[in-house]
Design a protein around this ligand. Structure first.
Ligand SMILES: C[S@@+](CC[C@H](N)C(=O)[O-])C[C@H]1O[C@@H](n2cnc3c(N)ncnc32)[C@H](O)[C@@H]1O
Length: 525
């Protein structure tokens, strides 16, 4: 039975860094279970959580069994229904008995739920449920920790001599992220001033991190600012970051622009950073200040959609960076820890545990309660479950489309990047650009798809204009999507507009990346 308690410890305990494997194999929590069993239980359960949640809620087992917490119920019922040997506990164990007491009702709800999925057999069901999952690759290679050196305050060479003085420099990302890491670091081949360090490298207490000289930002997350500004030698105007908090891309853009700012005293480029959420606006301002990004003008509590494109202060805006809220389905690379879709107890009947093991039981229950009390924010946080939720995606895609469409209203704009840390096509290639935008900015998308509603299918050239990143491959990034729209300047080949596809080759870089929006306490992605 310790297997299930150990799984709860891994998923909710204090050791919250690193991959699932490193958490299990490197745990100092005195786990009693075999690591391989634990890993198998957690990773398998992650495939079926949403389905099991339905069964658990309909059977109301949580209402009748106060000792069974929501997370425990998922783990137990996973084994009850899907594991060869059933629940790994003696027949007399209270938790096993708690499940057995509701066996008939659970089985009935399980069968009904299976049939609702139109699956004739359990094997069919397993296949269908596994196919419905995206984003977690439990066999993925370890990902490095990406660190952007904030060139507003420091440089790679200065950091090599100070923070990374004890590190040995290696040439390949794989040598940083692989097993037996040690203190190795590698400078990135695509994004300037970006460094990869081992995933367990502890930087958050270093002076450089605390002083804003180092920013923890996934490689893919550096692509938008780099694509937008890194190679545009004709850049003359101002920038709007439409969805800016916590500000990693804003400060990256600021750093790139600083290196360009006219040294002859002419007007400096400005970055207007919008953030509609009040709390995040404060964080954004703090991060901007900490990074020394003096050319950033934070517009707190400002909905980008409410910005007037004809406002005099935006007349020089030539570049827009759009990184709106998304499902976060790509944010699984650094920590491949599943976030379970937990069942909800409709009428909590919590009873104080009694007996000699009371404190132990209380501990397990309180861990899960705390977990439930901080649910992910609906449209802001990485996907709570790895399941694709069509309704949620449709809602997000609607907002994302509006944001892209609004950016086109800034008529002086010559470049716009749109990015998400999502792997879902609905939020990426298929985001519906309204007809005007579509005509003006035709190059958008990848993966042979397009927008179902508008019937627009992406051309080969358009596909080239998109960059995708997938977690778990040798690039060492999280899942991400970015596209850069480029308006031809007057006199160019097509007379008015065409799209400059931001293919990797064009810019000697790759991918895009996303942000974990729950990291609000420092420069982290
Ligand atoms: C994915 S995060 C942005 C991450 C950020 N670009 C970075 O690199 O640190 C999306 C942010 O956009 C904000 N947001 C969403 N819709 C917005 C809108 N219409 N106007 C302004 N901010 C918005 C959210 O509150 C959230 O803070």
């Amino acid at each position: 039975m310790s297997l299930y308690y150990d799984a709860v410890t891994i998923l909710t305990g204090e050791e919250q860094r690193g991959s699932l494997k490193s958490r299990i194999y490197g745990s100092k929590s005195g786990l009693k279970s075999k690591p391989a069993h634990l890993y198998a239980l957690i990773s398998e359960c992650a495939k079926y959580d949403t389905f099991l949640r339905e069964v658990i809620e309909k059977s109301q087992i949580l209402e009748h069994e106060p000792k069974v917490t929501p997370l425990l119920s998922l783990l137990l019922l996973h084994d009850h229904f899907f594991a060869k040997g059933g629940i790994a506990a003696s027949a007399s164990h209270p938790l096993r008995q708690a499940v057995e007491r509701h066996k008939a009702r659970l089985q009935a709800e399980f069968t009904k739920a299976r049939l609702r999925k139109r699956c004739g057999t359990v094997e069919d069901l397993k296949r269908v449920l596994a196919e419905g999952k995206v984003g977690i690759n439990f066999n993925s290679v370890s990902q490095p920790r990406w660190v952007r050196v904030n060139t507003l305050k420091s440089s790679v060479s200065a950091q090599s001599r100070s923070t990374f003085a004890g590190y040995s420099k290696v040439q390949k990302i794989g040598n940083v992220a692989g097993a037996g890491w040690g203190n190795a670091f590698c400078t990135d081949e695509h994004v300037p001033d970006l460094i990869a360090v081992p995933p367990d490298a502890s930087l958050v207490k270093t002076k450089a991190y605390l002083d804003g000289e180092l920013i923890l930002q996934d490689k893919a997350s550096c692509f938008p600012a780099h694509l937008l500004l890194g190679n545009d030698n004709e850049f003359t105007g101002d920038v709007i970051d439409g969805c800016a908090a916590p500000g990693n891309k804003t400060t990256h853009a600021a750093a790139i622009l600083r290196s360009r700012s006219p040294k002859d005293g002419k007007r400096k480029h400005r970055i207007f950073a919008c953030e509609r959420d009040g709390r995040r606006s404060e964080i954004l301002q703090t991060m901007v200040d900490k990074a020394g990004a003096t050319n950033v003008h934070v517009l707190p509590k400002q909905d980008f959609l409410a910005l007037d494109p004809n406002d005099e202060q935006f007349r020089n805006v030539s570049h827009l960076l759009l990184d709106p809220s998304c499902s976060g389905s790509g944010i699984v690379g650094r920590e491949d820890i599943p976030k379970f879709d937990l069942p909800i107890k409709s009428q909590p009947k919590a009873q104080p545990p009694k007996g000699p093991n009371a404190s132990k039981k209380r501990k397990h229950e309180s861990i899960t309660t705390a977990e439930e009390q901080s649910p992910p924010e609906e449209d802001e946080q990485p996907n709570a479950s790895t399941t694709k939720d069509p309704e949620r995606l449709a809602k997000l895609a609607g907002l994302q489309s509006k944001i892209v469409e609004h950016a086109f209203a800034f008529t002086a704009a010559t470049r716009i990047t749109y990015s998400t840390c999502s792997l879902h096509e609905e939020e990426n290639e298929a985001v519906d650009l309204q007809p005007g935008g579509l005509r003006e900015w035709p190059h958008r998308g990848k993966s042979g798809s397009g927008n179902v509603d508008s019937g627009h299918t992406l051309s080969e050239e358009e596909l080239e204009g998109c960059i995708r990143c997938y977690p778990g491959d040798e690039q060492g990034t999280m899942g991400f999507f970015v596209v850069c729209f480029v308006r031809d300047r007057p006199g160019s080949e097509n007379g008015q507009v065409s799209s400059g596809g931001m293919a990797l080759d064009d810019h000697d870089d790759a991918g895009s990346a996303g942000e974990a929006e729950d990291d609000w306490d420092g420069f982290s992605d």
